[in-house]
Design a binder for this molecule. Structure first.
Ligand code: MLT
Length: 237
């Protein structure tokens, strides 16, 4: 299946971008901040991450789903316990998620991070934002079922049930792109985090079934992470 329109309208400047990598980068970062990490710095390469390690940061992330041997933590959200991360600064590099975070400020004024863990607080924070783009990190340059489910859950929470055409609703309050409508109807046909995509399968095969289950924990936390171009910290506005 090739869906050529599942791309953003690059020439628009958005007010807020929401970056999603349900399995597992944004789930992991939300968990780290909820458990008291001071900040999370996303970087592109293992080498950059190791440089941050010299400055006292916990060096974290994955390649091929696995922790590089020289890193402190991998990309399992369950590893980011309070006793490990509270009061610590973290540097993280992952295969897809951190790349999506790093490019998001190119076309949006603000960048938030989303996961099922912070779904309701995130949606509440987005309620009065005019132009929103949801960026799904995907999996190795392909669409990710789990990211689409969450994107749909966010759209559904924002616009409710009264969308039946591609255009503003009766009150003229919102306009959905076709891709936003697709994920909304996807979510509304499932209505719970039902993870059966390629990446979920791969993670289970690698022994990370518990991470996949944990990533389904709707509204476990109320933290909304924001990336300012250098670091990710919780935001209250
Ligand atoms: C990524 O950024 O590609 C993912 O978070 C990979 C993973 O599941 O560790």
């Amino acid at each position: 299946l090739f869906l050529p329109d599942l791309r953003p309208t690059w020439d628009l400047e958005y007010d807020t971008a929401v970056v999603i990598d349900v399995l597992r980068a944004t789930t992991t970062i939300v968990t780290a901040l909820a458990n008291g990490a001071l900040e999370v710095v996303p970087v592109a390469s293992l080498e950059e991450a190791m440089e941050f390690g010299k400055r006292g940061y916990l060096v974290c992330g994955e390649r091929g789903g696995l922790k590089p041997p020289e890193f402190d933590l991998g990309n399992s959200p369950l590893d980011y316990t309070r006793d490990r991360v509270e009061g610590r600064k973290i540097c993280i590099t992952t295969s897809n998620g951190t790349k999506a975070i790093l490019c998001a400020l190119n076309f949006s004024k603000r960048v938030f991070l989303g996961s099922f863990l912070n779904l309701s607080t995130l949606a509440e924070r987005l309620k009065n934002v005019e132009k929103i783009i949801i960026i799904c990190a995907g999996n190795e340059k392909t669409v990710s079922f789990e990211d689409c489910l969450l994107a749909g859950a966010i759209v559904s929470k924002l616009v409710g049930a009264d969308v039946s055409s591609n255009g503003p609703n009766e009150s003229g309050k919102f306009f959905l792109s076709d891709s936003a409508m697709i994920v909304k109807y996807l979510w509304e046909s499932v209505r719970f985090p039902n993870f059966h995509g390629v990446h979920a399968k791969k993670l289970r095969e690698l022994g990370f079934s518990e991470d996949v289950e944990f990533a389904k924990s709707v509204d476990l936390y109320s933290v909304v992470p924001e990336f300012d171009g250098n670091k990710i910290v919780p935001t209250n506005r």
